[in-house]
Design a protein around this ligand. Structure first.
Ligand code: GLN
Length: 218
């Protein structure tokens, strides 16, 4: 997993809390959670790393990062975070899943019916479906609600092969949806957190009903 290309200075893990700004969580079991943390911190949010069910208390939303979806699923189950995240969602908590995080949120994983998943987003995903030759690539992605495209980093990305009627497509690449939302559940198959551009995270906060205290760059 490459590190963030942001040129802004990193914020220490023990950064002080930002007044009474809301707190968002990043699932920190495995994968690229640090970049989500930095994006939300740059937007002025308090950020908590979530490793146990009790860490979800009081959060307005949770980001599930990229990584390895089978490993993440096993760890979620081991720590009881699968049921805890379902309860968090049922209680109105927002969710963001990027890449492996989108796989975790999905209802169906093509060819892997036994892979555990949260089933909170009515999509079917095909893992690693952008081809072996060009498993990783970067491209500009136009996103509904943003004036300028975002830089999309695709790393062994899953393909969204079906989206349900209640799911809104926020971005399309090569004829397939690559960013979608169902109420306050947002998923991308690319990695907005690796671009150093926080506008996508600000859009997610709006979906969660949270205003970014600092605001995103335009
Ligand atoms: N291909 C990975 C998986 O299926 C996801 C890759 C990623 O998150 N960048 O778990």
């Amino acid at each position: 997993m490459p590190s963030s290309t942001s040129v802004r200075p990193p914020i220490a893990a023990d950064a002080p809390t930002v007044g009474d700004a809301p707190t968002v969580g990043v699932l920190a079991l495995q994968g690229a959670f640090r970049e989500h943390r930095l994006a939300f911190e740059r937007l002025g949010l308090n950020v908590r790393e979530v490793r146990l069910p009790r860490h979800l208390e009081g959060l307005v939303g949770l980001a599930i990062p990229g990584g390895e979806s089978t490993t993440m699923a096993k760890l979620m189950r081991t720590y009881g975070l699968d049921d805890a995240i379902r309860a968090f969602h049922a209680g109105g908590g927002g969710l963001l899943g990027t890449c492996a995080g989108a796989i975790a949120l999905s209802r169906e994983i093509v060819g892997h019916p036994d892979q555990p998943r949260l089933g909170l987003l009515d999509v079917a995903v095909a893992r690693n479906d952008y081809g072996r030759q060009v498993a990783s690539f970067e491209t500009e992605i136009a996103v509904v609600g943003l004036d300028q495209p975002v830089h999309g980093v695709f790393i062994r990305a899953p393909r969204l092969v079906r989206v349900g009627d209640a799911v809104t497509t926020l971005a399309v690449y090569d004829g397939d949806p690559v960013a979608v939302a169902e109420a306050n559940v947002v998923a991308t198959v690319f990695h907005p957190e690796l671009s150093g551009d926080d506008r996508f995270h600000a859009l997610v906060l709006a979906r969660w009903g949270v205003a970014a205290p600092i605001g995103a760059p335009t």
